[in-house]
Each structure stands twice: as structure tokens, then as C-alpha cells.
Design a protein around this ligand. Structure first.
Ligand code: KG4
Ligand code: ZN
Length: 348
């Protein structure tokens, strides 16, 4: 089964052709990072306009690279939320038009479900039950997954997403956008213990009180890091590297700690780490160490499948279609769309 995936929820215009939910025939991503860089973050109105300009050429290129003709497609899968509603609407409108004109099924995919399905491209036979950490610029969610298409959100961030905190600190340091990869690079030159920062909602607080919540909070550590930055001498490169390393260490410790506790509490077989921040080198190394010690199968897709792409949308769409799910042409775009409420076998 050949599925065209379309993703326009934020600042990546992406299209991909995937065979049988696992074989990548093409993967085209037109990033708008250059456009948004000078604003230090994504400007929703500009994002929508760029998607309009770029989506059809991106779809054409995905078809051309795969050697698949439009008429050979079996279905169209598209992200319909959560995300920037004006950006999502561009992808949804294009997907509906294609499905209607080709007379093929349309399937709406939750963006977070898409991130999770990047894991099934890497390891299609991963054993259930699984626990997924979805950690991106907009989300930090721990999701229990007893089987395909079934989700229980165990915890999420109460304020900033982990990626958002990376981006804001990078911006204050005068690094580029998106900030996560810049902090990742700079941290390699720093001492992670040189600048102490508070561990946010960590398991054992300095007071000795045990906090066993699976919720996250990153605004406190972000503010603490910003205060340290503003108090330091401008132009002290080594201080910045130390701060980047310290911030990254604390964020990764909390992510790994809570993921492992959630995995233990559910008794899972597999741990999945996905979303843009899953591209982080320290997070990848630390979660690998923790899963090896605890005996969990770990699936972390390659970095290109961790950040936003349409391959993951086509893959999630494939599993939905094989369960008999179809969307109708009334499919909307939703800025807020919960994984648990995403309908499983009927039209949204
Ligand atoms: O999944 P994604 O592409 O878009 C959303 O759905 O949000 O995630 C983008 C986020 C950004 O905040 C970016 O800074 C972060 O992922 N990111 C990283 C790294 N690469 C991307 N964060 C830390 N380390 C990285 N290497
Ligand atoms: Zn994403």
C-alpha cells in the first residue's frame, strides 16, 4: 500500500511516500527555519503563507523522488492537529483535494501519533506494551501505549515544552534558531557541573521530599538559566558553554528519570523516544544507558525522523487505515487535539 503523507503543522512543509507503513520511498522536507530565524521563533502567519507557496512543489518532489505516479497512490494521510491552525489548514485542504480528485481514502493523523510512529519505521515489530516519551518544541508527554492506536497520557509539561526551553535559552545566548541543536553542539565544549541549576520536578528534591509525579515543568530551570546568563560577563564564551552543558544535563536527567519510572510503573517491554528533542545527543546516550540497565527494548529513530517530517504521518496513517479508519471530507484542522481523544476507528 502506497501512502502519501503531508505535514504542515508548524514550520516544516513536508511530503513523503511510504510503502506498507515501513518502506520510505521519498522524504521531502522544506524547512522554513531561515525565514523565522530573524524573529527567534515561528511566526504563524508567515508559516501559513510559506506552506501555501511550497506545499504543491514539495508534494511533486516527493512523488518524483519515489517514482510513484499520483494515480498509483492508495491513500493520503495528513496531520490535522495539534499545531498552528492556519498552517495545518493548508495541508488538510491539499490532502482533501487530492483524496477527492484521486478517489482515494483520506486519513487524518494526530501530529503526536505521527511522532510516535517514527518508531515503527525504525522497528516495525517492537513489542507492546510500550511507553513513549514525545519530546518536541511544543510537547513533553509520557504516553503509555498498550497496542497500536491506543494511548494513555501519564504526564505532560505544566508549562514550557523541553524543546521550547532549549530554544529560548539559545535565543538569549544569541545562538541560532532552532536552538536545540545549537545548545547540543555548544554543550560539548562545556563542563556540565560548573553552573548548578535547579532540577525541575525531580524525583528527589533538595528538601528531601519525594515527588513521584510524572508531570514536567521547564519554566523554572529556563528562568534560572536566563538569570545566570544575564548576571555573567557578556562575551564569556566558556561560561556560555558551561551553562549550555549544565542546562542540557539537568533537562536530560529529568526526562530520563521520569521515563524510566513510567516504564517501570507500566511494566512495559519497549521504550520509545521521539520528537525533535530526541535528536539530542546526550538524551540519546543517557536513555540508551538507562534502558540497557533496566532491560527494556529502546527505539529512538534517527534524528531526521525525530524532527518534523511526513514519513511519520504516512506511517501512522497506514496503521490507521489497516484498522479500517477513514476520515471524511469534513476533516478540520485543530490547534488542540488530544491523543486520547483521537478517534480510533471512525471519522473524526
Ligand atoms: O518535533 P519538532 O521538529 O517540532 C515540533 O513538533 O515541535 O521539534 C522541534 C524542537 C525544537 O524545539 C528544537 O530546538 C528541538 O526540537 N531540537 C533539539 C535538537 N534538535 C531539535 N533539542 C535538543 N537537542 C537537539 N539536538
Ligand atoms: Zn513535531
Amino acid at each position: 500500500m502506497l501512502i502519501l503523507g503531508i505535514e504542515t503543522s508548524c514550520d516544516e512543509t513536508a511530503a513523503a511516500v511510504v510503502r506498507d507503513g515501513r518502506i520510505i520511498e521519498s522524504n521531502v522536507i522544506a524547512s522554513q527555519a531561515d525565514l523565522h530565524r530573524r524573529f527567534g521563533g515561528v511566526v504563524p502567519e508567515l508559516a501559513s503563507r510559506k506552506h501555501i507557496e511550497r506545499l504543491l512543489p514539495v508534494i511533486d518532489e516527493a512523488l518524483e523522488q519515489s517514482g510513484v505516479a499520483l494515480r498509483d497512490l492508495d491513500a493520503v494521510a495528513v496531520t490535522y492537529g495539534p499545531g498552528l491552525v492556519g498552517a495545518l489548514a493548508v495541508g488538510v485542504a491539499a490532502a482533501k483535494s487530492l483524496a477527492l480528485s484521486l478517489d482515494r481514502p483520506l486519513v487524518g493523523v494526530n501530529h503526536l501519533e505521527g511522532h510516535i510512529y517514527a518508531a515503527f519505521l525504525t522497528d516495525p515489530d517492537l513489542p507492546f506494551p510500550a511507553l513513549a516519551l514525545v519530546v518536541s518544541g511544543a510537547h513533553t508527554d509520557l504516553v503509555g501505549m498498550p497496542d497500536h492506536g491506543q494511548y494513555h497520557v501519564l504526564g505532560r509539561t505544566r508549562d514550557d515544552a523541553a524543546g521550547e526551553a532549549f530554544d529560548k535559552i539559545a535565543r538569549a545566548m544569541g545562538l541560532g534558531y532552532p536552538g536545540g541543536p545549537e545548545i547540543d553542539r555548544l554543550a560539548r565544549m562545556g563542563d556540565p557541573r560548573a553552573v548548578p541549576l535547579p532540577a525541575p520536578m525531580a524525583f528527589r528534591r533538595s528538601s528531601g521530599r519525594v515527588d513521584d509525579s510524572l508531570e514536567f515543568s521547564f519554566s523554572g530551570i529556563k528562568t534560572a538559566a536566563l538569570r545566570r546568563l544575564y548576571a555573567a560577563a557578556a562575551g564569556d564564551g566558556q561560561f556560555k558553554a558551561n551553562l549550555a552543558a549544565g542546562f542540557q544535563r539537568v533537562v536530560v536527567e529529568v526526562l530520563v528519570d521520569k521515563t524510566m519510572r513510567a516504564a517501570r510503573s507500566l511494566g512495559v517491554k519497549t521504550v520509545i523516544v521521539v520528537g525533535g528533542v530526541a535528536a539530542n545527543t546526550l538524551l540519546r546516550a543517557e536513555v540508551e544507558r538507562a534502558c540497557a540497565a533496566a532491560g527494556y527494548r529502546l527505539v529512538v529513530p534517527p534524528p531526521l525522523l525525530c524532527t518534523d517530517n511526513a514519513v511519520m504521518i504516512a506511517a501512522a496513517g497506514y496503521y490507521r487505515l489497516t484498522r479500517g479508519y477513514r476520515s471524511d471530507l469534513g476533516l478540520g484542522a485543530y490547534s488542540d487535539l488530544s491523543l486520547e481523544q483521537t478517534p480510533n476507528n471512525s471519522s473524526p
